[in-house]
Ligand binder design. Structure first.
Ligand SMILES: [Zn+2]
Length: 62
């Protein structure tokens, strides 16, 4: 039986420096103080997000 040395599997060298969109941002609405998630790429909180995406079933709305 030959021992298989499992070396770190090459993932193709994909380095993903988990990008965030900055911390401590708040909704652009002047009256809204809602903090945006740093993973929220938008400028508004989900309540004021102009592009409210309705629930779609795998459909892409233009
Ligand atoms: Zn807001």
């Amino acid at each position: 039986m030959s021992e298989q040395s499992v070396k770190g599997t090459p993932f193709g060298g994909t380095e993903r420096p988990s990008r965030s969109f900055g911390r401590g941002r708040v909704c652009r609405d002047p009256e809204c103080q809602t903090r945006l998630s740093m993973y929220n790429s938008g400028k508004y909180c989900y309540e004021h997000e102009p592009m409210t995406v309705p629930r779609t079933r795998g459909k892409k709305i233009a």
